[in-house]
Design a protein. Sequence first.
Length: 306
Amino acid sequence: MTEIVLGAMLFGTTINERDSHALLDRFVELGGRWIDTSNNYAFWLHPSGLGGHSERVIGSWLAARPGMRDRVLISTKVGAEPTDPARGLDAMEGLSAATIRQAMTGSLERLGVDHVDMYWAHVEDRSVPLAETAGAFEELRREGLTRRTGASNTPAWRVEQARGLGCDWSALQLRHSYVQPRPGAALESWSHRQVFPETLDYVRSTSGLDLWAYSPLINGAYGRADRPLEEAYNHPGTDRRTAALIDVARELGVTQNQVVLAWLLGGDPQVWPMVGASTVDRLDEVMAARDVKLDSAVRDKLDTAN
């Protein structure tokens, strides 16, 4: 069964430690389990130009709450931490075996834990043989430093190749939401990779592979006039889907955000939405989406609005 994942990208930068702790407390109170972070969060928002701030905040939260580690599942990533702060993502650490091992050590220290529950390849690194990257992830899993491994921002065919090399990547993490950009349109965030119909077909037909979706609410674009969709979403299909979404939200008496999350959670394949929240009220709205039920007629209305 899929769950809503709390995205902790802004913890320790735009969301201070106190407020981050309050959000984490509320998430667990509401029955949340998965917390997603990365070793590079959020380098672009910190004067140092380096990441690790989100992991440290989660670590301080865990340290202040004995027994909490047994109640939550932690997901973090490697591959996109800058090696040169001045160059940012143009100088990503990559996915060599040595880098993966070193990054895991750093993440565990910042989090204050002896293992994580999911370890992701944050981005592709074609400068390193896939067998080396796959082998390094599998070694960490066998050693118990991570319970599961996965690939983010990676094409499905590369994930399948890695699995064929003996790497137990059991999850794929990509950008996905109800409204879709034009096929082939460039996203403003060049490092983001979008879910395509072929991706859904691959996950649907591959046993033991989950799909996690980041940016499912597209930076607050659903229902907020001050957060317009980027140009890539400017096409007639967006208008039709937005109209259907507004109608369904009104009929059910819920927010558009909640309909989108319910649509993802109960789809085919079912999706694990990764959602950030800057306030407790926003988090309450997000988590309430679990109670929104879309019957077959409503889901058909949403699915056919293309």
